[in-house]
Design a protein around this ligand. Structure first.
Ligand code: E4P
Length: 217
């Protein structure tokens, strides 16, 4: 499974990229607003930090305007992935861009039917928002299962990019289902490392090592 980080915080992206475990980045208009920075400047910095796909979302609603925005965004760097909403115009734009060799992430997916349409439009990534489903007492992970089955039934190459991730078990469950990518806020990615028995075991090993009076270096 690939790990993308879901943020426009360049310092947090740099820190995660230094682990060698980061495969890409997703942003959205809300995350850009939260950063308080210029969209294009942030994108340039992110693309220079991470080799993998960096999703940048269009804000136009009509196909022609989406294409114009995508044209500007994809000039930022080769690893820019154009993010379009799951609307008729978004899918039209997806089809046009992917036919032209541009990576496209279709966002705001909340149903298996929508995911099927995105695959038919040639999407590189489909982003089902599981946390927002869970927030309204629906089963976000069931959506991932359904999309996996549909894509496997027809050998669609579209990658399932699990979005709106709220906790580590979302990532584990998505990996068990066979989702291709999870996009995760930085604090949740950091939580993946933690286990109390690792901490306890390490403290015990170091205490015993201290007793030997030896050093390795
Ligand atoms: C995905 O690309 C979105 O940016 C993101 O995962 C949305 O998450 P949220 O529901 O926590 O806002």
């Amino acid at each position: 499974m690939k790990f993308f980080v879901d943020t426009a915080d360049v310092a947090a992206i740099r820190e995660l990229a230094s682990t060698g475990l980061l495969d890409g980045v997703t942003t959205n208009p809300s995350l850009i607003a939260k950063s308080g920075r210029d969209f294009f400047e942030v994108l340039k910095e992110i693309c220079a930090t991470v080799d993998g796909p960096v999703s940048a979302e269009v804000t136009a609603l009509q196909h022609d305007a989406m294409m114009r925005e995508a044209e500007k965004l994809r000039k930022v760097a080769d690893n820019i992935t154009i993010k379009v909403p799951l609307t008729v115009d978004g899918l039209k734009t997806c089809k046009a861009l992917t036919t032209d060799g541009t990576m496209v992430n279709v966002t705001l997916c909340f149903s298996a039917a929508q995911a099927l349409l995105a695959a038919k439009a040639g999407a590189t990534f489909i982003s089902p928002f599981i946390g927002r489903h869970d927030d309204i007492a629906q089963d976000g992970m069931k959506l991932i299962e359904d999309i996996r089955q549909i894509y496997d039934n027809y050998n669609f190459a579209t990658q399932i990019l699990v979005a709106s991730v709220r906790h580590p078990m979302h990532i584990v469950d998505a990996a068990l289902i066979g989702a291709d990518v999870c996009t995760v806020p930085p604090d949740i990615l950091h939580k993946l490392y933690y286990h109390p028995l690792t901490e306890k075991g390490l403290a015990a090993f170091l205490a015993d090592w201290e007793k030997t009076g030896q050093t390795i270096a």
